[in-house]
Ligand binder design. Structure first.
Ligand SMILES: Cc1cc2nc3c(=O)[nH]c(=O)nc-3n(C[C@H](O)[C@H](O)[C@H](O)COP(=O)(O)OP(=O)(O)OC[C@H]3O[C@@H](n4cnc5c(N)ncnc54)[C@H](O)[C@@H]3O)c2cc1C
Length: 315
């Protein structure tokens, strides 16, 4: 369908998007409802596709209107600033989460929960995703930053990824083209949207896989503040060390700004004590980083993605 010139305004674009089958549209949607931190100002337009076709149509219309959309999975690695997003956010989550198996191979849509895929593999005696037990993001979010833990990462099990281009076409990229590295993939900053992925698992012993998942989960519960709202690890692991160890050594544990606090359980987690703003979190991250720099001489790099505008009052 040709896009009319009125798509070049926010409301014109909304009127166009609303006619795309399989697309849910919300205006001025608070993104605090869509982030694990429970923090974030509103998106002008939040678009939720129910499948790849609706996603491609929404993507093409949004780029055609001169707007680069922000992609959102489960919002578990994201700080959305208090002013929110002036533009379009496309959320790919449970509505786009089909999962099929063919022997040791799995094909999974980007919105599937990584933890659920990991459990489904375990049930079939398929090994390779045990590291992902308890990682609360989507497959799409996990591929973008090569999520990993306990010696495993997405790159180890990914054969190919299908992405949507700004003009709404689907392209398949093979694993070598994705250049997976520590919390990095070539997908980051490419302007491509993860639509689905092909994973290659190995046959394993279901009871051993299950035991590994239980071990991983109990380690997480023991060491991480899993019941408090957070965005997981704030800083990347610096060369030869751990961000959590440096933050603890520098005395950052328990440091607070407003209602945001460096977790007393794990210093690389910032938790929302209830009512924290993104401004609280960003000031706390800045203070913790300065502290580590001053005491340990290391400048920590953030792992979490920060997006959006500051609020009109500067918060
Ligand atoms: C308690 C807790 C524990 C965690 N533990 C770990 C851990 O052990 N290891 C680890 O690596 N991470 C961990 N995380 C962080 C987070 O869960 C992962 O990074 C996860 O993969 C992010 O997925 P998401 O769907 O939430 O992505 P989001 O936070 O929604 O988005 C993250 C980035 O990916 C982009 N994106 C999302 N979906 C798509 C898509 N379909 N196409 C293109 N771009 C997309 C977004 O634009 C954004 O830039 C943890 C988080 C929490 C809260």
């Amino acid at each position: 369908m040709a896009i009319q010139s009125d798509t070049y305004t926010k409301h014109g674009l909304a009127r166009y998007l609303v006619r795309i089958p399989g697309l849910e549209l919300r205006e001025n949607e608070p993104l605090s409802r869509h982030t694990s931190f429970g923090i974030g100002g509103p998106a002008d337009l939040l678009v939720i596709p129910s499948g790849p076709e609706a996603l491609c149509a929404a993507l093409a219309a949004t780029y055609d209107a001169g707007i680069e959309p922000l992609l959102l999975g489960n919002g578990t690695n994201l700080i959305v600033r208090d002013g929110g997003i002036r533009g379009v956010v496309i959320r790919i989550s449970t509505e786009m989460s089909a999962l099929t198996f063919d022997g040791t191979r799995a094909t999974v849509e980007a919105g599937a929960s990584l933890a659920t895929v990991c459990l489904q593999c375990a049930r079939r005696g398929l090994s390779g995703l045990e590291f992902a037990a308890g990682i609360p993001g989507t497959i799409g979010g996990a591929l973008i930053m090569n999520a990993g833990a306990y010696g495993g990462e997405m790159g180890d099990v990914t054969e190919w990824v299908e992405v949507a281009t700004p003009d709404g076409r689907i392209e398949r990229l093979s694993s070598p083209e994705l250049s997976f590295g520590y919390r990095h993939s070539a997908l980051r900053g490419l302007g491509r949207v993860v639509v689905r992925a092909g994973l290659r698992l190995k046959e394993g012993d279901p009871s051993e896989i299950h035991a590994k998942l239980c071990d991983t989960m109990s380690t997480r519960c023991e060491k991480q503040p899993v019941s408090s709202p957070s965005a997981g690890s704030i800083f990347k692991r610096p060369e030869g060390d751990y961000a959590g160890r440096l933050l603890e050594a520098a005395g950052a544990k328990g440091l607070c700004v407003g209602r945001a606090s460096v977790s007393k359980k794990h210093a690389n987690f910032v938790v929302n004590l209830g009512g924290a703003t993104a401004s609280d979190v960003m000031r706390l991250i800045g203070a913790a980083r300065e502290l580590v720099h001053e005491k340990c001489g290391v400048w920590l790099e953030t792992e979490v993605c920060v997006v959006g505008e500051t609020a009109a009052n500067g918060a």
